[in-house]
Every structure is written in C-alpha cells, then in structure tokens.
Design a protein. Structure first.
Length: 647
C-alpha cells in the first residue's frame, strides 16, 4: 500500500511538474534565442508599451549627468522623440532654469533644426528681456507622450529643481490611450460595461515566449502593434458595432478629460514648491483647416437612414466645391524639407472670404445644413461646413461652429484635435492646485486670419507652424517674466544646489523607480478611483425620444415590452424635482427613484412594464428623456403613484 501511494504521488508530481518544467524551458529558451519581447496586450495598463507608448526611459533615462553637465535625450533611441540638449548640471546664482513638459508640440516636431520649438523661442525672448540672467531651457517634451507618461517624466525632472515648469499637453491623452479596451472596461459608460481582456490572457502575457508567439502571429497576419494604434477606431467600430461604438465614443469624451485632469493635478503637486512654479497652458488645434474625422451619429441612425444621410453629405460637398466655397485644405506634411521659418499655406477655395458670391452661394447651403443637423445633431462635418460658410458673414459664429465640430469628433492619431473639455481640464487644474494658467486661446485668435485659428498657425491638425510657435512663446514668456524668480533677488532663497555625485545618484534612482507601466504601476491610471466631482456630467439629450411637462405632484407612465435581462439605458433632463421609477403593469413600484441624469435598469422578467416620470418635489416642470434598449414606449397617460416612495 505505501508503494502504491508513493507511485500515485510520483505520478501527480510528474503531472504537475512536467508542464512547469516545460514552461520554464520555453521561457528560458525565448530569452536566450530572441531576447526580451515587449509586446503587450492592448489595455490601459499595458498600452504604455505600444509603439507610440514605447517608453524610451525604460531603456535609457531622459536626464543623465555627463561630467559637469546634464545631457537630455535617449541614448538608445534613433527615432525623433526627444531633443538632445546639454546644460550645466549645477546652477549659478544668476541662472533661471525653465523646463517644458508635453508631447511632440513641445518637443518641436516636425522641425529638426536647432531652435525649432516654442521652448527655444521662450528662452530667446527671456534672455533678451533679462540680459543679466542665464536662461537654461530644458525641453522635456517627448513625441507621443500622454499625461500618464508625463507624470513619469516629472519624477525624473524633479531632482533638477527647475524654477519654472511649463506644461502643454492633452492631444495625446485624447488620441493614444482613449481607445484601449481595458481603459473603458474598468468603468461604467452610461450604465454599459464594455469589452475586457480575459484574465487568463493577461496572466499568460507575462511570459516572454507567449508574447513572442503573439507577435509572430500578428506579424504573419500583418497586424503590428503600430498599426493597431492607428487603426484603433476602425477596429473598435467593427468589433463593437455602431450603436455600442457610439456609447464608447461618448464615454471616451467624458472620461478622458477627467483622467487627464487627475494626472495633471498629480504632476503639479509633484513639482510645485517654494522653488518651482508650474505654468499650465491649454492644448490648441487647427479649427479652420482640418476637417473632422471619425464621426458618429448619436442617436445611431438605421442603416438606410445612414446611407441616405451620407448621400446627401456627398452631394453637398460636391456643390461646395463647385461654388468655390469649400473648406481650405492643409498641404501634405513633408518633415524632411519643412523649415521652422517656412510659411505653411493651406490650399483654399477660389472665392475670397466675405465676397458677395460666397455669401450668395452659402445661403442655400446653410439651410440644407440645418436640415441635416436635425437628422443627426452629432455629425461633426455638418458643424464644420457651417463654420466654413459662416466665415463669409460672421467669423465669430464661424469660430463657435468650428469649435463644435472639433468637440463632436472622435479621432485617433494622427488626426486628433484636443476638445474643449481638455482645455477646461487644464484651466480647472490650475484653479484647484494654484498653478498659473496661461490662456493661449486669446493670443491665437488675435493672430489668426479673421480670428479663427487655422493653417497659418499650424502645419497640420495640431502641431505649430513657426508662426504659431512664436505666438505660444510670446504668451508663455510674458507669463514667466512676471514670476518672482525674475524679480531682483528672486532666486536668492531657493534651495542650494546638490553635490554633483548626489545629483547623479538621484537622477539614476528617479529613472529606475518610476517607469510608466513598470510593474503595471501607473499613477492615477485606475479610473475607478476618480471621485464623482472629477467626472464631468455627460452631455444632454441631443435627440430625446420623449418629452413632456408635469404639473406639481403629477406623474406620467409609459408602457413598454421587456424581456429577461434586457438593459434599458435612460437619461432624464429637465426640472430638478423630477424622478424616474419602474413599475409593473398594475402600477406597483418595483424600482426607483433611479439615478439622474443617467440610469440603467435591467428587466427581471418577460412581459410589459411601465416607466414613470414623476414629480416628487411638488413643483413640476418640463422634462425630456433619451432611452435605448427597447424599441418603443407607448404613452399610458397620467398615473397615481404612492406618495410615500416619492418623498
């Protein structure tokens, strides 16, 4: 018997141990033969390692001491992500050190020549204004970096103790992590949980040989990580379907500014102290000369209605062109020849702005655009074309239309433009943290033709032209010049410079300890910890399914057909004293009051049910309701509801 038991024990040990040994051999063999494979699953925690998330500081720190100087740049990266710089490691009393954090707009893309960035111009302007000071500019802008990564860069910047830190960011947050499935799977978007990555796959992806196998499979199918970044929208639309993708896009527009603001606050709190002042500037975009991309219908149109809408839009575009009043178009960007001082001229319509012929041609177009807006209130191209026409009669109204088009657009890199919500997040962060807000919107409107920022200030949808960079630099330099550090004796009380050996060690430790996505530790990356006040309210109903007005203490019921497990997504807008309730067909309350403005109700069974809009405050008022999840609701008229539950 003991021998039999030993035999069974050995078999069990072999059954358990053999797979583990095999896994060990596969893992060791993959490291020996192909080396470390960095190929993450597409989720917010792992997205840092995508091609455009690839964090060079995981290979080489951004800042390192070389002799008595600080060298900026990635030793082992050949592509154009960050500017190579050198400045004294230790400041003299007359030195003012100004650092810039952000993405490619800060870094100076697409200009490669020295001085081809707005931080360089800020240094020139301040040096001319304060000739008795030495202005050291630290350009820590990294192409493609979003606010998660900028927090990581800030940890490396902090040991240099800059006098001023200028943050210009936001476009990459909108573009690069917003579409990741795992980002939205962790939150409830209008009551709907989106797709998530299976846990077993996440665990398996910790193994090097598994990552190698996935990468080999994707390369064989020509699905590289880089292509995933640029094709994310199309992939999501195909995967989710149009109706769910519209919900995805709405959640994207609501949550990305909230997460961006949260990361900005962490960044400011990390850097701002008695020695360092943080300046925050809102991200700007080409409003006039970059047509919107990746638009959605909200509410989603039927396939037939969407095709009819697209046909009308195509005909309208053609008539715009024939009349010579179509939108201006940016030239194809060729970074190999573009110089910082080269003007960028959009190709424009043949009819001049404000010409009688343009106004006459646009009158019928504006009427048709109103009709199209009724069919799809969220289609960004309608707003964009309205702005194009309004340029001839009312540039102020045109600006508002172009801003609406920007905010209605759901776009991924390289076509994204920062929404107004991203600009608001910067301004609100400055107000909450005490950082200085540098509002660039006014200077850009003043510098733009007819007050609408376009191709004269940008080389594409978001990167500055030389002229645009000078406008930004002038505003930032003016704000920095007012800081105490530039006043006589303003730098006398700052902390003493560290010993060079200590600075070298501190920089190395900062780079080693803070890696974006290192160990899946991303500052502020878990959307579940966002407090309610951090999340902006969802947009109001664009096309309500039901509307009405209740007298004081009254209620109205709507009958609908339900099936087990059916989800009903509701948005109630209107008088604050109104509430939503669910009842059975006899009027017996089963759920409520439901959360306003957005609520979700899951049907417990099959049959008819009632949705009740009730006034529990005794004041009544107008209301409108958007719903999805059931085909129709039939008005069942006024109902009597129990008084107690409504109090």
């Amino acid at each position: 018997m003991p021998a039999a038991r030993a035999s069974w024990a050995s078999r069990i040990a072999l059954a358990i141990g053999a797979p583990l040994v095999l896994l060990g051999l596969l893992e060791a063999g993959s490291h020996l033969t192909v080396g470390y494979v960095d190929y993450p699953l597409p989720g917010v925690e792992d997205a840092a390692d995508h091609i455009f998330f690839a964090t060079p500081e995981r290979i080489s720190p951004i800042f390192r001491v070389d002799g008595d100087a600080i060298v900026t740049g990635f030793e082992t990266k050949s592509h154009f992500l960050v500017r190579s710089q050198q400045f004294p490691a230790l400041r003299t009393p007359e030195t003012v050190r100004i650092a810039f954090l952000g993405g490619s707009s800060v870094q100076g893309w697409p200009f490669r020549e020295p001085g081809g960035s707005f931080p360089d111009i800020v240094g020139e302007l301040l040096q001319a204004r304060f000739p008795d000071r030495r202005i050291d500019i630290i350009n820590a802008g990294v192409g493609g970096y979003n606010s998660f990564q900028l927090v990581d860069v800030a940890y490396q910047l902090a040991p240099l103790n800059p006098d001023v830190v200028v943050v210009y960011a936001g476009h990459n947050d909108q573009g690069y992590y917003g579409f990741q499935q795992e980002f939205l799977s962790q939150v409830s978007a209008s009551g709907r949980s989106l797709l998530s990555i299976r846990r077993i796959e996440r665990q398996a992806n910790r193994l090097n040989f598994f990552r190698y196998a996935r990468r080999a499979r994707d390369r064989a199918a020509k699905r590289s990580v880089g292509e995933d970044v640029f094709n994310g929208t199309a992939d999501q639309r195909s995967l989710l379907g149009e109706e769910r993708f519209a919900t995805f896009a709405e959640a994207h527009g609501t949550l990305v500014p909230a997460v961006f603001g949260k990361n900005l606050r962490e960044l400011v709190e990390l850097l701002a102290d008695d020695d360092t002042t943080v300046l925050l500037a809102p991200p700007l975009s080409n409003l006039r000369d970059h047509a919107p991309t990746e638009m959605v219908h909200r509410p989603v149109l039927s396939e037939a209605d969407a095709e009819a809408f697209a046909s009308r839009m195509e005909g309208l575009r053609q008539r715009f062109g024939e009349a010579g009043v179509g939108p201006r178009v940016m030239p194809v960007l060729n970074e190999t020849w573009l110089r910082f001082e080269d003007p960028v001229q959009p190709t424009g319509p043949r009819v001049a702005v404000g010409a009688d012929a343009a106004r006459q041609a646009c009158d019928p177009f504006l009427e048709e655009l109103k009709e199209l807006e009724k069919l799809s209130p969220s289609w960004a191209e309608v707003s964009f074309l309205r702005g194009t026409c309004l340029m001839h009669t009312d540039p102020g109204e045109a600006l508002a239309a172009f801003e609406t088009a920007r905010d209605q657009t759901y776009a991924l890199p390289p076509r994204q433009r920062a929404w107004g919500g991203m600009q608001d997040a910067v301004e609100q962060t400055a107000a909450r943290t005490g950082a200085r807000f540098v509002d660039l919107r006014g200077p850009f409107r003043a510098a733009a033709e007819h007050g609408v920022p376009g191709g004269e200030l940008f080389v594409d949808n978001l990167h500055f032209s030389g002229a645009g960079a000078r406008v930004v630099a002038a505003a930032v330099a003016d704000a920095a010049a007012e800081l105490p550090v530039f006043a006589p004796g303003g730098a006398d009380g700052r902390s003493p410079e560290p010993e060079l050996v200590n600075l070298r060690r501190t920089l190395r430790e900062a780079a080693d300890e803070r890696h974006f996505a290192g160990g899946l530790d991303i500052p502020g990356s878990d959307p579940l910890i966002i407090t309610p006040e951090d999340v902006p309210p969802p947009p109001p109903c664009l096309a309500p399914n039901l509307t009405g007005e209740l007298g004081p203490g009254h209620a109205q019921a709507f009958r609908f057909r339900s099936t087990p497990g059916q989800n009903l997504i509701l948005r109630l807008d209107g008088a604050p004293g109104l509430s939503l309730w669910m009842a059975d067909i006899g009027g017996e309350m089963t759920a409520g009051p439901l959360t306003r403005p957005v609520a979700e109700w899951t049907s417990p069974g099959d049959g008819e049910a009632m949705l009740i809009v009730a006034d529990h405050a005794g004041v009544g008022g107008a209301w409108e309701l958007c719903y999805e999840g059931v085909p129709t609701m039939e008005d069942d008229g006024a109902v009597t509801v129990p008084v107690a539950p409504l109090q």
